[in-house]
Design a binder for this molecule. Sequence first.
Ligand code: FAD
Length: 403
Amino acid sequence: MTEIAIIGGGPAGVMCALNAAQNIDNKIFLFDNGIILNTLLPTGGGRCNLAYAEYDFKELVKFYPRGEKFLYSIFSRFSTPDTINFFEKIGIKIYTQNDNRIFPVSNSSKDVKNALTKQIEKHKNIKKVFEEVIDIQKQNNQFLLKTNKKTYLFDKVVIATGGRGGGQKLAQKLGHKITELKPALCSLITCEKEYACLTGISIKDVEASVFFKNKKFKELKGDFLFTHKGISGPVVYKISSYCAYLNFNEKEPLKIVFNLAGKDFENFDCEFSKLLKKHPQKASVNILSGMLPSNLVLKIFEAENVDPKTRAGQLTKKDREKISKKITNFILHAKNVSKGEEIVTAGGVDLKEINPKTLESKIVSGLYFCGEVLDIDGLTGGFNLQNCWSTGFVAGTQLAQNI
Ligand SMILES: Cc1cc2nc3c(=O)[nH]c(=O)nc-3n(C[C@H](O)[C@H](O)[C@H](O)COP(=O)(O)OP(=O)(O)OC[C@H]3O[C@@H](n4cnc5c(N)ncnc54)[C@H](O)[C@@H]3O)c2cc1C
């Protein structure tokens, strides 16, 4: 009887195993060198942001800086509504936050892990193997799979080892091309050190224009916060993701122009001017503290050499405009990403060599891939887990059909 190996018991490998097991009686060996589904635990800060409430799959694919076209046919078969149905069926009730992110009602990734684990236990044909796969070779029509403990023979193999799990090396040995691996969805290290004292201060809904080599590269929106080495937060994660392959550094940094006010200079300056006139006796630095964190405003006054204690009524037009300009054009330069803290890895198994309808390799028959091991990564918001549920579903059902 045909035997199947799934390497990697993360969300993608488990989704693949469950969908294959539902359709066939063949033995499915689920290999993991750690604890199955433990990678789910830190997701969404322990709350597991398992999907995003975009119900049109043609729109959903747009949240993936890499993999957009490839995901089209996969999402046409399994996307947000299917994820919700799947989880509700296995006893996980879900809710949607105001920002469209979907979570379990219990806000517990542990509950999601437990519900999936229960499903694995239900399928007697899934056999968990806690071994590390270190080599795979194709031998005639089978795969010789070597772990740190034993050697096995399988008819079909799925690689679901995640972004940096070593599965790319196994795929490479089997003849697959791996696109360059880069950290994505991470904080940025800035050239400016003077804002380190603002660590932890966050600003809501800023506009960010990103320039590289004097060219505008992208315009993005979202919250950001200062860290001791630079900046972080949703808009910064987006920047790190879209700019993952720009090779910026200290000599050629990314120039990020933040509009901290979310208004153009003219309007902001006009509003600032009105407030100054309304409270002429107040220290001018305090005038803006209702709009922006006061420590940041103080830092901006300092940077522009304007005495923060100047009475509002005495602030010159020139100084007011300098402050308004700094707030609507707050420039930082990013020289690096904060390595080792990334949420996903950009790059992976080259999608040109994978059939998007089946997730089978175009160059090694019987070999399948799903999850982050592929050159697919999304923004923050539940998109990366959605990729796992969808590619896991397609790989698992196709695999079962091809037995
Ligand atoms: C802190 C954090 C928070 C996140 N939050 C979210 C979120 O809220 N929403 C979201 O959508 N995404 C989130 N992500 C991203 C998401 O967790 C990943 O995209 C997802 O886990 C990838 O799943 P995977 O199954 O492809 O790989 P993984 O989850 O990495 O699982 C791979 C598994 O394979 C095993 N393995 C690897 N190599 C071998 C080998 N050679 N032999 C045997 N086993 C092997 C590993 O032990 C692991 O269990 C977050 C990531 C991080 C780091």
